[in-house]
Design a protein around this ligand. Structure first.
Ligand code: NAD
Length: 441
């Protein structure tokens, strides 16, 4: 078993650290955020992920995991340091590597024995070479440090399961020493390991994420055409799904992808292509389609209603997808400010995302409009003039078509996630618009 340090306790770092501990490794998770470290030491998770807190507590009690801000101590004697800090998007679309650089320097100044540095964060192709050089430039002690790539494929909302039962582990190494150590670290997981060079590993991450983003944008593009030609995207998707070459996943049309990965990773690969004098037309199209898709229903509702001014607008779902409290790039963040600007009184409900959203948009009067956080969907819908559905949480899917009719002042629903059956909404007497399906007018 190995002595592992993990830099960054976000979705990637914390889940990786906890799962390494669960597999028997000795893990120290490092973060710069003292409040987070305090919370984790008391058994709490700074992120919402099913099963994570239980595993944190179990491994903490078993003395296999600890949390600290003291990076020097954590990196000094680690066999491997995994880097899971953020690589957010910069205004030009490129990835911000400053957090990676900080950790690299901290590692260089701390390590006292040979160490494998493993980059889990999503980084542009060639970054691992630079990180290795950077560490060598700043090394204080006479030790060997090599960098390996081990991109992460977990999805928020199912992060623990995705790690313990990953479909594949990608390791990108430049020596048998590094490859062997990573093989041994992952051995207890009993999962398929694909071993390639560092640059291929870095590219596998972008190519995979961007392919999924492309699949979503393709279905949204087809959905928009379905609306014009009288086809139903759900039937179309079902018909397509029987073809094993296409597969049945990621065929749902909606108001576009959000989250911390697809939007930034599509833009980052587009940027990498530009830097290398190549035009990545497919990925560019996925980005463009997603941009217009996010406010598609807001625009549609704007055409139908004379004004949003003074209207009570129910917003169901704030997070970018169910199962997470993450709001990054969520459609709600595009639509709610526009509703407020147009004078709407927004009543928003989300099972777990309300706290985070209220930090950005505190309850009360906001510009011409106002925002109130409802405790449940029914409260948000009570007396509303119009409803937008942005996230397909179970609690939101559970709202019955009749509930819209009973609760709302005017049962007018814009469903960005196609969670209701068109016929059922028609029968309930709800005016209903979704994505790529016939509307009920
Ligand atoms: P995050 O923003 O949730 O977490 C990053 C953490 O790093 C924060 O807690 C921050 O305080 C900490 N940090 C910053 N500087 C530090 C330092 N010097 N030392 C220690 N900790 C430091 O990020 P995330 O969502 O976990 O993403 C991390 C990386 O993994 C990104 O490159 C992302 O693209 C990639 N990724 C994310 C997901 C996902 O679903 N979130 C999936 C696959 C890959």
């Amino acid at each position: 078993m190995y002595n592992i340090a993990v830099a960054g306790t976000g979705y990637v770092g914390l889940v990786a650290g906890v799962c390494f501990a669960e597999m028997g490794h000795q893990v120290t998770c490092v973060d710069i955020d003292e409040d987070k470290v305090e919370l984790m030491r008391s058994g709490g998770s700074p992120i919402f992920e099913t099963g994570l807190e239980e595993l944190m507590q179990k491994n903490y009690k078993a003395d296999r995991i600890e949390y600290t801000t003291d990076y020097e101590n954590a990196y000094r004697s680690a066999d491997a340091v995994f880097i899971g800090v953020g690589t957010p998007e910069q205004p030009d679309g490129s990835a911000n590597l400053s957090y990676i650089a900080t950790v690299a320097r901290q590692i260089a100044e701390s390590v006292e024995s040979d160490t494998l540095v493993v980059v889990k964060s999503t980084v542009p192709v060639g970054t691992n070479d630079k990180v290795e050089q950077f560490i060598h430039d700043f090394l204080v002690n006479d030790v060997q440090v090599e960098v390996a790539s081990n991109p992460e494929f977990l999805a928020q909302g199912s992060a623990v399961k995705d790690t313990l039962e990953a479909e594949r582990i990608i390791i990108g190494t430049e020596s048998t020493w590094a490859e062997q150590m990573l093989q041994e670290i992952y051995e207890p997981f009993k999962l398929p390991v694909v071993s390639v060079n560092r640059r291929s590993a870095e590219m596998i991450k972008y190519a995979s994420n961007d392919f999924l983003a492309l699949k979503i944008s393709y279905m949204n593009d087809i959905a928009n055409l379905c609306e014009r030609v009288g086809a139903d995207i759900q039937d179309v998707a079902e018909g397509m799904s029987y073809d094993e070459r296409i597969g049945s996943k990621f065929l749902n049309a909606g108001i576009g992808f959000g989250g911390s990965c697809f939007p930034k990773d599509t833009k980052a690969l587009d940027y990498i292509a530009q830097q290398n004098n190549y035009e990545l037309k497919t990925v560019r199209a996925a980005i463009d389609i997603n941009k217009s898709q996010k406010t598609k229903l807001f625009d549609k509702a704007g055409d139908r209603l004379i004004t949003f001014d003074g209207l009570k607008v129910a917003v169901l779902g704030l997070t970018f997808k169910p199962g997470t409290d993450d709001l990054r790039e969520a459609p709600s963040l595009e639509n709610v400010p526009q509703l407020l600007e147009k004078g709407a009184d927004v009543f928003a409900y989300d099972p777990v995302g309300t706290d985070n959203f209220s930090h950005i948009h505190p309850e009360g009067k906001r510009g011409k409009g106002s925002i109130t956080y409802a405790l449940n969907a029914e409260e948000a819908l009570e007396d509303a003039n119009v409803c937008f559905i942005f996230t397909e949480w179970g609690e939101i899917k559970a709202v019955e078509p009749d509930d819209y009719k009973k609760l709302m002042r005017t049962p007018l629903v814009y469903d960005g996630r196609n969670i209701h059956e068109v016929d059922a909404m028609k029968q309930a007497g709800v005016e209903y618009y979704s994505v790529g399906r016939p509307s009920v007018e």
